[in-house]
Design a protein around this ligand. Structure first.
Ligand SMILES: [Fe+2]
Length: 378
């Protein structure tokens, strides 16, 4: 049966027994290489309703079609989500991505040696490992059995004119076969999550918001988040909390006068809650490791970095509880589209040197910034 002739079908993902995940859906019967406007309307509505959309058996999809699907959420957007900021060799994002020469908005990520792919030859990919980013690490002897959330984040430059992308797509080209790992939070809780090797973990910003107390919801609605200038260079000396949800405060962020030139008007100050354009719901959307200051509704600016991080972690941590995390079990050909303004996501896992994983990632910096709550309360 050709997917071009079947009718589109949106099926919510079924959560496993102990899970309280209430997002995620699969879509079948859509030809991504030849998307009609009607198809795209279904995808768009499904994305804003379910946040994470899985298309199975998409190995044939070209980088161009992947880009066009991703860009269609914001036709005025053209550049990769981080623009040219990845050129900065000091950015923590720099080693993890290779750009497809003929489709520069699409990046290749993964693990291991690849002889040839889409015009790239003889290159080595490196799956981000928590030992390069966390303040504490899992002992080497346990490394293939146990893992961590590497870094919970939103795909976003968070400085300059580049607005957080609306959507990101990930296509699994090669996936090493199926062992599982225990993802440990190691944050003083006993929380653990059994995950497939190399899963991508998603947590809903809506669930994160909905679980807050009424007082914290009011705080979240009325607070603006100021991000560090050149955040991925700024944070490059610092280390992450063990749960991957923000940094520990040891004064290791790079001094601002050692960063590339900082232009005050390029510093991004964004609402703490982002409103869903279709449902109107609020997602608690903060990039926890790039946060620098909080602007409270009463005009107070919280600029003690340790205090800022404690507040953000206290608000976000309940939302990444094991039962609220969707850990996608990748199969070759899976194309996952996620609402980058409604979920946080994290790389997970520790691969052996010879476990080759090849993915394509695409997002485009948006032409507009996310919108906050309708009424900002004082
Ligand atoms: Fe990402």
């Amino acid at each position: 049966m050709s997917s071009a002739t079947a009718s589109p079908l949106v099926t919510p993902l079924t959560a496993s027994e102990n899970s309280k995940v209430d997002f995620g859906a699969s879509i079948s019967g859509i030809n991504i290489e030849n998307l009609t406007d009607a198809d795209f309307d279904i995808i768009r509505s499904a994305l804003y309703t379910h946040q994470v959309i899985v298309f199975k058996n998409q190995s044939h999809v070209s980088p161009k079609a992947q880009f066009e699907l991703t860009q269609r959420f914001d036709p005025a957007a053209t550049s990769y989500g981080h623009g040219k900021t990845l050129d900065a060799k000091r950015s923590i994002l720099h080693p993890d991505l290779k750009t497809i020469p003929h489709q520069p908005q699409v990046q290749v990520i993964g693990n291991g040696f690849v002889a040839e792919y889409e015009g790239l030859t003889n290159f080595r990919l490196r799956h981000p490992h928590h030992r390069t980013f966390h303040a504490t690490t899992i002992p080497a002897a346990e490394d293939l059995d146990c893992t961590r959330f590497y870094r919970w984040h939103i795909d976003a430059a968070l400085y300059g004119d580049l607005a957080p992308p609306v959507a990101t797509t990930l296509l699994a080209v090669r996936v090493p076969s199926g062992r599982r790992q225990l993802c440990r939070y190691d944050d003083g809780s006993a929380d653990v999550l059994d995950v497939p090797l190399g899963t991508t973990a998603f947590a809903s910003g809506y669930a994160m918001y909905e679980r807050l107390s009424p007082a914290d919801q009011a705080l979240a609605r009325s607070t603006l988040v100021e991000y560090a200038p050149h955040p991925y260079i700024w944070m490059s000396g610092a280390k992450s909390r063990p749960d991957g949800l923000g940094m520990v405060s040891e004064g290791k962020e790079l001094p601002l006068d050692t960063l590339p030139e900082v232009e005050e008007d390029k510093i991004q100050i964004l609402p703490m809650c982002w409103r869903n354009p279709e449902t109107g719901k609020l997602a608690l959307q903060v990039h926890p490791s790039a946060v620098r200051r909080l602007h409270l509704g009463d005009g107070t600016v919280v600029d003690d970095l340790a205090e800022v991080r404690e507040i953000v972690h206290r608000l976000q941590r309940p939302g990444i509880a094991p039962e609220l995390v969707y850990a996608h079990d990748w199969e070759e050909g899976d194309l996952v589209l996620f609402h980058n303004r409604g979920v946080l996501h994290s790389v997970v896992g520790a691969f052996a040197e010879d476990e080759v994983r090849l993915f394509r990632q695409c997002n485009v910096a948006a032409s507009h910034f996310p919108v906050g709550p309708e009424v900002v309360e004082a």
